[in-house]
Design a protein around this ligand. Structure first.
Ligand SMILES: Cc1cc2nc3c(=O)[nH]c(=O)nc-3n(C[C@H](O)[C@H](O)[C@H](O)COP(=O)(O)OP(=O)(O)OC[C@H]3O[C@@H](n4cnc5c(N)ncnc54)[C@H](O)[C@@H]3O)c2cc1C
Ligand SMILES: O=C([O-])CC(=O)C(=O)O
Length: 341
């Protein structure tokens, strides 16, 4: 049986990780990634890259937990291998602190990260404005390094990568058997999906090598995430704002908020501003759809709408997308054997 030709639209974290999963788990196919932007120019490049789950209100918790666990286990294995430095993956320990005691003292992901516990009174003394805290160790990706590593892995197993903007998925029908849509916020225009909307995020990437413990305010607005090459200071969450230009007032506000938590950041150098729009949806869209045109069919698997949590769940959602691609292949093969009878 001829190999099925799969096109993956999008070369951010979700497109690349899905393409890698498909190409490494399904032998009866060839994979091509098609995208108008690549690293370092995607939203995924701007992200802090922390495995710190964000709840998707439209997805059952057990499903989200499974995606987080699969992602954590995958990255932990890379972290413990000689690939860790190329892939930009490392462990990081730190604190999530709260001004009031949160509803979820023990979040659903507490047994996925390592060494989860409540902070001690002694630790909390560092944060006089905060009354409660959680200490744990998690994983962090240096996002551009991780995207390059995924791209290298993909090319290494014979997959193709092309630069092109897709106006309509049907354009791909003549060359490909199955399309996997990982176009993130691009799906608003490409699919006309008005359930996905932008949540603008501005961060600062600073040089402060002495900062090696993360601090996150539980309100989700202020965070300090030490990485391999720099420390990410955040952030903003501005719904329906598409602007990719840095706002100097936000930068000052982010810097002041982070310095209030970690005063030594006053000495940070080489401050760079970065902006991205989170592809936000009540639930990640992970489903099959059959497009029909003039009696011809094109199977599509959607995998987009990861919002603030793409890094935290990407391997789990890539696995589920690959399973759906497997179902499409089985259906195409079934149809072609019937036609031969
Ligand atoms: C400031 C900030 C901090 C963040 N921090 C974290 C964090 O610490 N942890 C975490 O888990 N998540 C974090 N996130 C969220 C994370 O970045 C996203 O969930 C993730 O990057 C989404 O990946 P994606 O591949 O869907 O989108 P993108 O990276 O935007 O990729 C979409 C791809 O599709 C392509 N595309 C779109 N439309 C078309 C078209 N019509 N034709 C061809 N190609 C197309 C684009 O060019 C691009 O390559 C953060 C986000 C921001 C903005
Ligand atoms: O919330 C965080 O800690 C980081 C993040 O995912 C974001 O800014 O979207």
């Amino acid at each position: 049986m001829a190999k099925q030709k799969i096109a993956v639209v999008g070369a951010g974290l979700i497109g690349l990780s899905t393409a890698v999963y498909i190409s490494e788990s399904i032998s009866k196919c060839s994979v091509t990634v098609i995208s108008d932007k690549f690293t370092p120019n995607t939203t995924s490049d701007v992200a802090a890259g922390m495995l710190i789950p964000h709840t998707y209100l439209g997805i059952p918790i057990h499903q989200q937990k499974q995606w987080i666990r699969e992602t954590f286990d995958y990255l932990f294995e890379i972290n413990n291998s000689s690939e860790a430095s190329d892939a930009g993956i490392h462990l990081v320990s730190g604190w999530q602190i709260f001004k009031t005691i949160p509803d979820e003292v023990l979040p659903f992901w507490s047994d996925v990260v390592l060494g989860f516990r409540s902070m001690t009174e002694e630790e909390l003394k560092k944060f006089p404005q905060h009354r409660f805290g959680q200490a744990f160790t998690t994983l962090k990706c240096d996002c551009p390094s991780y995207l390059l590593w995924l791209e290298k892995r993909l090319k290494g197993n014979g997959s193709q990568v092309y630069a092109r903007r897709i106006k309509d998925l049907w354009e791909l029908h003549s060359k490909y058997d199955i399309v996997v849509n990982c176009s993130g916020i691009g799906s608003r225009e490409l699919m006309g999906d008005l359930e996905i909307y932008p949540v603008r995020g501005q961060v600062l990437k600073v040089n402060a090598p002495w900062v090696n413990h993360f601090i996150r305010d539980g309100d989700g607005l202020t965070y300090i995430y030490p990485g391999i090459h720099n420390v990410t200071l955040g952030g903003t969450r501005q719904k329906d704002n598409w602007s990719l230009s840095p706002d100097p007032r936000s930068s000052k506000d982010i810097f002041d908020r982070c310095c209030a938590l970690e005063p030594s950041l006053q000495r940070a150098q080489d401050i760079k501003e970065r902006v991205g729009v989170r592809p936000t949806r009540l639930a990640v869209r992970l489903q099959k759809e059959i497009l029909v045109h003039d009696g011809k069919k094109l199977p599509v698997v959607h995998n987009y709408g990861h919002g603030s949590g793409g890094f935290s769940v990407h391997r789990g959602t890539a696995k589920e997308a690959a399973r759906l691609v497997g179902e499409c292949i089985a259906a195409l093969e079934g149809a072609s054997s019937k036609a031969k009878l």
